[in-house]
Design a protein around this ligand. Structure first.
Ligand code: PAF
Length: 307
């Protein structure tokens, strides 16, 4: 496995692979690799002849210096994961390699509209930071398949829009969220939860389940679906809700009514103690709505998730 810290070396290695007729897969990460990342890497390795993993804690996407400082870093362990997973190239640049005039930056890639709601409203500038670094990674990597987790659903939608709008030679591949047995979505931030907070954290998943149950019961008022999610989070003393939403999966807006069949996504963000967590799931596929259906049907969260 080649480990490079400069963009030119990554470019060379991926150009060579393409010249040999090999499909290039790119897995952009901020390191602290867990089973969620491993599922992206495994998928990429199964579909591409040459897989590159980038490991870069991108300062542009952090709102506050403290959160950036607290972000877990484990490069040696990450390299072991990559080497054991069939990764061909790891790109682990320093901040000056990615942003030569750091701490000043003059070029920002921004996807209007999509980037300012939900996570974008709570973390102003976050998605500009994400799209700027991802555009740069795509520009270095060249034509490839790029693997992103559905756990960061808004990020996935935004990256897809950027690729389409800019005609980037990248195929974005979405991979299902990986969860612990109790439903908590894997996230690098989970290691910062105390034991009590860790026990409380699956409340996000339960809130999504309550939203899905409401939809399956035939609830077509977005406000009522959201209320079902909110009340689950309100019952958990260690949780502080940031937002709960049911949105059109294509543009992340809240539809005025859910009576017209539309692919919806349920989103939730909450602080568990000091740690901010997000989760989402696909709305259940229930057309037409099951009017009069039984409450709490135990419908799995998300229509296709986990398949
Ligand atoms: O999802 C992440 O880990 C990051 O947002 C990404 C895509 C690697 C950009 O820094």
């Amino acid at each position: 496995m080649e480990v490079c810290t400069d963009a030119a070396a990554l470019q060379r290695s991926l150009d060579d692979a393409r010249r040999r007729g090999t499909t290039v897969g790119l897995v952009p990460t901020m390191g602290a690799l867990h089973a969620g990342h491993r599922s992206l890497i495994d998928r990429a390795v199964s579909e591409c002849g040459h897989v590159a993993v980038s490991i870069f804690v991108n300062p542009l996407q952090f709102g506050s210096f403290e959160d950036l400082e607290r972000y877990p870093r484990s490069l040696d362990a990450d390299l072991t994961v990559c080497a054991g997973s069939g990764v061909a190239t790891v790109f682990a640049p320093g901040v000056e390699e990615m942003y030569p005039s750091w701490p000043r930056t003059s070029t920002t890639v921004s996807v209007a509209g999509l980037g300012t709601r939900w996570e974008g409203a709570s973390r102003p500038g976050h998605f500009d930071g994400v799209t700027t670094v991802v555009a740069k990674l795509f520009s270095i990597a060249g034509a490839c398949r790029a693997y992103f987790g559905e756990k960061d659903f808004q990020q996935l939608v935004i990256v897809r829009r950027m690729v389409a709008d800019m005609t980037m030679p990248v195929e974005v591949v979405a991979c299902p969220t990986v969860r612990d047995a109790d439903g908590l979505a894997l996230s690098s931030r989970n290691v910062r939860l105390s034991p009590d907070e860790r026990r409380a954290a699956p409340v996000l998943r339960r809130a999504l389940g309550a939203g899905c149950d409401a939809l399956v019961r035939g609830e077509d008022r977005p406000g009522h679906v959201v209320a079902a999610m909110v009340s689950v989070v309100a019952d958990e003393p260690l949780a502080r809700l940031d937002y709960a939403a049911v949105v059109d999966a294509a543009d992340l807006t809240t539809p005025p009514s859910l009576s017209i069949p539309v692919a919806v996504r349920l989103l939730v963000a909450a602080r568990i103690g000091p740690v901010r967590l997000i989760d989402n799931c696909e709305g259940p596929v229930t057309e037409p709505v099951l009017a009069g259906g039984a409450a709490g049907t135990g419908v799995p969260v998300g229509g296709r998730e986990g398949r």
